[in-house]
Design a protein around this ligand. Structure first.
Ligand code: SF4
Length: 336
């Protein structure tokens, strides 16, 4: 397996702290990088011993979830690792360190290309971790005689899938899509939005895989949840107080929609969403307006159906199963 090695850009962080004359800063890492948090904190304190460096130990899954409003007003700067900024208004400055990965992209892409048949055009998409190698990826694919197509989506850079924003792949007219990254969620989203063959080239494993089997399994699970929810008489509509996940107006619309169909609906506000937090509520099913990954990735952990907004529409008979799509949160304008 390839080694995961990130550049945490200590010099950039140091310059920002000095520029802002920041006294108290908080570091925010996604779960996979938290193991490096102490090391990064120590490195900052070595070069700036008078700065208080805190580590946010709460879960963090995306740039939708910033620590700017934590620790009351004591924080002068948030350093947020591994995600690209979203247009979210913050209570204090936030420095985004994209934490590019040095993992090799050649072996997994070659592995992916070696399995292709009757393909002329390839759509290419990757995550923030590997986006700095986009030109290398394009060259590698073109050298093998394929035409590469990319798009820049809305709120994403060329060839980037960001969090739950899949706009960069929706209009690609190609034979197959190559997703360079790890984790099935993004590959699944690409598949659901394009309905094209999707190959996942995983730089951390150094190999590739077709996501068709995973896609089939998830679709069967979603169909089962939707079927179970059809007997629900009461719904909890979950909103998140995380700024980048809050879809308040959508929650109000869904409540109205559910009530118009003769069922009960209650909006539930949470910050961190977990299965045990739903246990006190005597409701038959839940609709997730917060992070779209929860309904998909964590589905097995919830006893009652947790639906995406589109899935609720299928349950209520106002959307066809054939129009099934991945849920997305796309932030266009700066939001509070
Ligand atoms: S809301 Fe979107 S960007 Fe935020 S953690 Fe979930 S999938 Fe990622």
């Amino acid at each position: 397996m390839a080694t995961i090695d990130y550049d945490y850009k200590i010099d950039v962080i140091k310059d920002k702290i000095i520029q802002l004359d920041a006294k108290n800063i908080i570091l925010q890492f996604p779960e996979g990088l938290k193991v490096d948090a102490i090391k990064v904190s120590n490195e900052i304190q070595e070069v700036l011993p008078n700065v208080n460096v805190l580590i946010d130990a709460d879960p963090c899954f995306g740039a939708c979830d910033l620590a700017d409003n934590k620790v009351n007003k004591h924080i002068d700067l948030v350093v947020h690792f591994a995600h690209t900024p979203l247009p979210i208004k913050t209570d204090c400055p936030v420095l985004f360190i994209e934490a590019h990965s040095s993992a090799d992209i050649v072996a997994p892409i070659n592995d992916a290309l070696s399995g292709l048949e009757d393909v002329e055009t390839i759509g290419l998409v990757t995550t923030t971790q590997h986006i700095h190698k986009l030109d290398d990826m394009i060259s590698l694919i073109e050298e093998r005689g394929y035409t590469v197509k990319l798009d820049n989506g809305k709120g994403t850079s060329t060839g980037q899938v960001l969090g739950c924003n899949f706009t960069s792949i929706k209009d690609l007219d190609v034979d197959v899509i190559l997703y360079v990254g790890s984790g099935d969620f993004h590959a699944l989203g690409v598949k659901l939005f394009t309905k094209k063959p999707v190959i996942l080239a995983d730089p951390f494993k150094g190999e590739s895989r077709d996501i068709e089997e995973f896609y089939d399994r998830i679709i069967r699970v979603r169909f089962a949840r939707i079927t179970k929810a059809k007997s629900a008489k009461s719904y909890g509509i979950i909103i998140s107080s995380k700024k980048g996940q809050l879809r308040f107006d959508l929650a109000l619309e869904l409540k109205k929609l559910i009530e118009e169909h003769g069922f009960e609906a209650q909006i539930l506000n949470m910050d961190y969403i977990a299965p045990d937090r739903l246990l006190p509520f005597d409701l038959d099913a839940f609709v997730m307006t917060a992070c779209p990954r929860i309904a998909i990735d964590d589905s097995a952990m919830y006893k009652k159906p947790v639906l995406t907004p589109d899935e609720l529409e299928i349950v209520l008979g106002i959307r066809d199963w054939d129009d099934y799509q991945m849920d997305e949160i796309i932030i266009h304008d700066e939001q509070t």
